[in-house]
Design a protein around this ligand. Structure first.
Ligand SMILES: [Zn+2]
Length: 408
């Protein structure tokens, strides 16, 4: 028996006026996902009450861990996913490259939490020039802060143990939750708040008129002109996936967060060329990586698709819908067609980690629809959406019940 977990990041939603008062899942025709719903269909409270909803807390919970006890901050997971293992006393921060509008830092608005989806050499050039800038470098050195750069908008900052702040007294705003707002009310506060605000201000001064951003604007793209640190974390350890489930696992994703959760619990993370976390990701490559992992001895493989969440954060209704269509036709459909060649007996669990709301462009902690398909008892296809999942009355009160149900 082989097991696949499909996480459509943020596919669940609330009704949207532009979709005729329907959620994206309700409005779209997804025949392959509907086949999965022919098995078990219900709702799950993936994010425990009182915990901030995000892919970090939700996916930890889906994998079987209680974020109320194990979670030490999103950036610690992402750091692990980038191969940055924190030492005791070190503090990690997620560092986004974001897009601010305006000439002055004090009156700027945040337009994008991902610098207009900046990636590749442009992202690296901006960040390398930033950390080399003497004024930025001296402010960073004063708080023992270094940045590990990636060719994306996601970077990892580490504050060394000698400058260890009281993380419980550091307060940050998640940039994806305040898109379109004046940033002035959302600066870091509490411990190191002033120092980190100074780093953000200095980054804007270095990056605002950087040639890369001048070129991006000329091409009609958003500039990536300010760093936005958030999500402080410290070293985290997780019980192994194998010790929880006696299964050998693999996880296919394009984002460091998932690599980090998987890496910390001993699950393989094969990397897929062209997997971007955006709408244009390499869906076929990700499906092949799942098939390869399972054929190569894994019992379980997670495939995570980030694009619906990113599109929802961007307020891009058609983009979110297209991301769900592609999840259906280019991930779920091929899995249903091809898994049988690896093992005729397989199960697929599909769900949204958490809802991401087009109406607010932010995360939500309400229950999500899930479905479990079993190749031996496929059942009649059913509509997979929030209302139909709710109507079955099948409710899992916490995320760790999901994989137990998949493996039962
Ligand atoms: Zn998100």
């Amino acid at each position: 028996m082989k097991y696949v977990l499909v996480i459509g990041d943020g596919i669940a939603d609330e009704p949207v006026d532009a979709l005729g008062g329907k959620t994206p899942l309700a409005a779209l025709d997804c025949p392959n996902i509907n086949r999965l719903a022919g098995g078990r269909l219900g709702m799950c409270q993936t994010v425990p009450h009182g915990v901030t909803a995000g892919s970090d807390t939700a996916i930890l919970s889906i994998f079987g861990y209680d974020p109320r006890t194990c979670y030490t901050g999103r950036s610690a997971l992402e750091a692990a996913g980038m191969g940055v293992m924190l030492n005791p006393g070190e503090t990690s921060l997620r560092v986004n490259l974001c897009a601010l509008e305006g000439d002055s830092f004090d009156t700027a608005k945040i337009l994008s939490h991902n610098g207009g989806s900046i990636e590749g050499e442009e992202a690296v050039e901006l960040m390398e020039d930033l950390v080399r800038d003497p004024r930025f470098a001296s402010l960073a050195a004063a708080v023992g802060f270094t940045i590990h750069i990636t060719p994306t908008f996601r970077h990892t900052g580490v504050i060394d143990a000698a400058h260890e702040p009281d993380r419980s007294r550091m307060h940050f705003t998640e940039p994806h939750n305040i898109l379109g707002s004046d940033i002035a009310g959302y600066m870091p506060t509490g411990e190191m708040g002033a120092e980190i605000t100074a780093l953000m201000r200095a980054s804007f001064e270095v990056l605002r008129d950087h040639p890369v951003n001048v070129r991006r604007k000329a091409e009609g793209k958003l500039p990536a002109n300010c760093i936005w640190p958030w999500g402080p974390g410290s070293a985290m350890s997780l019980a192994s996936f194998d010790s929880l489930y006696h299964k050998k696992g693999s996880a296919v994703s394009a984002v460091p967060l998932v690599w980090g959760i998987a890496g910390l619990c001993g699950v393989d993370t094969p990397r897929v060329e062209g997997a971007t976390a955006e709408l244009d990701t390499n869906y076929e490559g990700k499906v092949q990586a799942v098939l390869d992992a399972l054929a190569g001895g894994a019992d379980f493989c997670c495939v995570h698709v980030e694009a619906p969440d990113e599109c929802a954060h961007a307020g891009d209704i058609e983009g979110k819908c297209e991301a769900i269509r592609r999840l259906d036709s280019r991930v779920v459909g091929p899995l249903l067609d091809q898994l049988g060649a690896v093992d005729p007996d397989f199960r697929i669990l599909i769900l949204s980690d958490h809802p991401t709301l087009l109406n607010t462009r932010g995360h939500d902690g309400n229950p999500v629809p899930f479905a479990i398909y079993d190749s031996r008892e496929p059942g009649e296809p059913r509509k997979f959406d929030e209302a139909h999942a709710r109507a079955t009355g099948d409710f899992l009160a916490e995320g760790p019940m999901l994989l137990r149900a998949l493996f039962a």
